[in-house]
Design a binder for this molecule. Structure first.
Ligand code: PA5
Length: 433
């Protein structure tokens, strides 16, 4: 079945390989839906966030992005997990592979690893460039982020003296955390991440929007897409809500014994979007010994590496293929008189046309091998459709986690890692007398 529910997006369920009794899900989905739509001061802020964002805030973000673009060659974004993946995902998906986006500044990311080599090279790379910093952390306490911020704050002080204050923008909770305290004490400019929106659901808040706007992407269009999705996915009936259908299909496949979902894309610029999706689902669902392991694959690149396993290996996985139907740029195969490479049969074909045929080939081969395939089609890879898609995945993920009976909004495992690392670091300190 192909769900052609709206012009911009469709969900093709014809290759999922299972029959679902949708009626069975009506009451459960409706119950979870009502719970999600109940926005409180503590919970579910992301659900209506695209509809409720004040035009003043968006104006302020756009104005700050313009200032960065006028005064800087590079914006360094400091953050990890949900405090960087969304911005990087949108940036990579919508800016050129090579060179800078017209009307955008170079955006570099740090604080998402603990590599000294990365830090050293990043700092060296800033010399001779005008710099702005945007440090992003909901808790304002995350070790990786705070370590990188200390390094870069010192760098900015050394380089710009008192003027460094204008070049640091802090995105964090409105009231709590070290970062909020530092920002207030030093009068750094701030944007708030609403307290009822968690890290991996925060891409459409200032946490994602400021770096995205600075990269030269139209955040108004991104938000129009997200707003349309917010309204569209308020549909309570599972048969008419693609986000909920996707959640139920995943759940049914999980119950059938599948252990892993691969998000498959056909454009390498979507690698970070896949990572954002992975974090969203892994942190929301992977708890209490439950959940599908979310992984990703880029075609045709990975057909020459893990494609063999998908085709013939342990039957533990299913695929969700993400298609963008219209593309802006293409390249045609040049004609060659002598046909030395025996490729003349493809003359007049473009790379995207060949990619489309490869898609059909891989889909047919995997379906023949019994790999269930969910297919998501979007009209175009642009800001509007990406905004729509980000929201779709967040709504689907929350529904999916609740179907598993786990809390989509906590991350006890990550907190445990943070505590254990802190303990080890404290124990490793040698106090000098
Ligand atoms: O989704 C989450 O909550 C996490 O992945 C966080 O985004 C990540 O741990 C970073 O946290 P913070 O934004 O508090 O620095």
């Amino acid at each position: 079945m192909v769900n052609k529910l709206i012009a911009n997006m469709s969900l093709d369920e014809s290759l999922i390989g299972i029959n679902i009794n949708w009626t069975k899900y009506f009451p459960t989905v409706a119950l979870i839906h009502r719970h999600l739509e109940n926005v409180t001061e503590q919970l579910n802020g992301w659900v209506d966030n695209p509809l409720q964002q004040s035009p003043k805030l968006i104006h302020e973000i756009n104005k700050t992005a313009c200032e960065i673009k006028s005064n800087a060659d590079v914006l360094v974004v400091i953050g990890i997990g949900g405090s960087y993946l969304g911005a990087k995902a949108v940036q990579d998906a919508l800016t050129p592979y090579f060179g800078l986006q017209e009307n955008g500044v170079e955006v570099l990311y740090v604080g998402h690893n603990l590599s000294g080599t990365y830090m050293k090279q990043l700092v060296n790379n800033l010399n001779n460039k005008e710099v702005y910093i945007n440090v992003i952390s909901k808790s304002g306490e995350t070790m990786e982020t705070m370590l990188a911020f200390r390094v870069l704050r010192n760098y900015m002080k050394d380089r710009y003296g008192n003027a460094h204050e204008n070049r640091i923008i802090v995105t964090t909770d409105a009231k709590s955390g070290h970062l909020r305290k530092i920002a207030d004490q030093n009068q750094y400019r701030t944007f708030a991440i609403p307290s009822n929106i968690g890290g991996r659901y925060s891409v459409l808040t200032p946490a994602g929007l400021l770096p995205i706007a600075a990269a030269g992407i139209n955040i108004d269009q991104l938000l129009v897409g997200a707003r349309d999705a917010t309204i569209h996915f308020k549909e309570v009936q599972v048969e008419r809500n693609m986000a909920y259908r996707y959640a139920v299909i995943r759940y049914e496949l999980y119950k059938k014994g599948f252990q892993m979902e691969l998000l498959a894309c056909f454009e390498p610029s979507l690698a970070k979007l896949q990572e954002w999706w992975q974090q969203l689902f892994a942190e929301s669902e992977g708890k209490e010994q439950k959940g599908l392991f979310p992984s990703s694959i880029c075609y045709s690149t990975d057909l020459h590496s893990i494609g063999q396993f998908i085709q013939d290996g342990s039957p533990i996985l299913f695929e969700t293929m993400l298609h963008f139907n219209e593309v802006d740029m293409d390249y045609f195969l040049p004609i060659e008189g002598r046909d030395e490479d025996a490729l003349n049969y493809l003359t007049y074909k473009s790379f995207n046309e060949i990619n489309a045929v490869a898609k059909e080939g891989v889909t047919a081969a995997h379906a023949d091998a019994g790999v269930p395939i969910i297919q998501i089609h979007l009209k175009k890879l642009d800001a509007y459709h990406l905004g729509f898609l980000l929201y779709f995945f967040m709504k689907a993920c929350a529904m999916s986690a609740y179907l598993l009976k786990v809390n989509p909004f906590d991350q006890p495992g990550v907190e445990h890692y943070k505590i254990k690392t802190l303990e080890l670091l404290i124990n490793s300190v040698v106090y000098k007398s």
